[in-house]
Design a protein around this ligand. Structure first.
Ligand SMILES: [Zn+2]
Length: 280
């Protein structure tokens, strides 16, 4: 997997600086300023130094919260990632990869996967030691599987995207129907409060991976180690002005949901089910 983050540039800092300057100057000065800008080489955009391990800007590097050595796990994770997820600011997969040994967290970006285009994924899907984590009526509870995962190395496929993206990707990729489908029964409530989740049980990819690995590897401490950088990320974001995003479920239950109620009857039914905790 390519974990390098070099080459990402962030020009927001420098461009906002320019905007402030130009608003406080006269038209003539504006012309001068832009004249100066035109003369500048294109590559002048400031490069925010990025930590090569956690892929975060150096100022908010999360490495102190990562385990000193990669976690020793026998399971290999395959993260099938929706392309929109790759460009999100608050991504949890790089943190997950940084906690595990190289090769233990492989990321495949795309919406559609096929035998021809993705022979590696196809081979993994056909492997009898592969499980796919996706909840539904066809899924068995991972906690209740009567398998000794310690005997052979297993693979777990996790779909990374919003709830609806993941649903679309699962339904439309027949390759993903080949492995045994599993779901988490005993997952804790999400700690990842920055992104709004449709229900409290809807966990971030990192949280899903943490719970899954703790079950596969029979090591409860894995959850704590993997969630430490996520907690640090959340508290950092909250300290810097991000608001706590309670799940829609939480907002509805506590009468805090301030968006207009949907007109669509099916949507209203779904929200009612959210409140009463039924499966949607
Ligand atoms: Zn770092």
């Amino acid at each position: 997997m390519d974990t390098s983050c070099h080459g990402h540039t962030d020009s927001s800092a420098s461009s906002s600086h320019v905007a402030r300057q130009s608003s406080s100057s006269s038209l003539e000065e504006d012309d001068l300023l832009f004249g100066d800008l035109v003369d500048l080489p294109v590559e002048i955009t400031e490069r925010r130094p990025t930590c090569s391990r956690c892929c975060r800007p150096e100022k908010v590097c999360l490495c102190p919260f990562l385990p000193p050595h990669p976690l020793d796990v026998s399971t290999t994770l395959y993260i099938v990632q929706h392309p929109a997820e790759e460009s999100r600011v608050l991504r949890t997969v790089p943190l997950l990869a940084a906690c595990l040994a190289p090769g233990k967290c492989r990321v495949l970006v795309g919406r559609r996967f096929s035998e021809e285009k993705n022979p590696e994924l196809a081979a993994v899907c056909r492997d009898s030691r592969t499980l796919i984590l996706y909840p539904g009526s066809g899924a068995q509870n991972l906690e209740e599987l009567n398998e000794d995962f310690s005997k052979t190395e297993h693979n777990v496929i996790i779909i990374d995207g919003t709830w609806s993206q993941a649903k679309d990707m699962f339904l439309r990729n027949s390759l993903l129907h080949l492995p045994k489908q599993v779901q988490l029964n005993s997952a804790p409530s999400s700690q990842y409060v920055i992104r709004t989740q449709p229900t409290n049980m809807c966990l971030s990819t990192l949280e899903c991976a943490a719970v899954t690995l703790s079950i596969m590897e029979k090591k409860q401490t894995i959850i704590e180690v993997l969630l430490r950088p996520l907690q640090a990320l959340c508290s950092f974001q909250l300290q810097h002005g991000a608001q706590v995003h309670h799940s829609k479920e939480h907002l509805l239950k506590n009468g805090m949901y301030d968006k207009p109620m949907p007109k669509n009857k099916r949507k209203i039914k779904r929200m009612e089910k959210l409140i009463t905790n039924q499966k949607i």
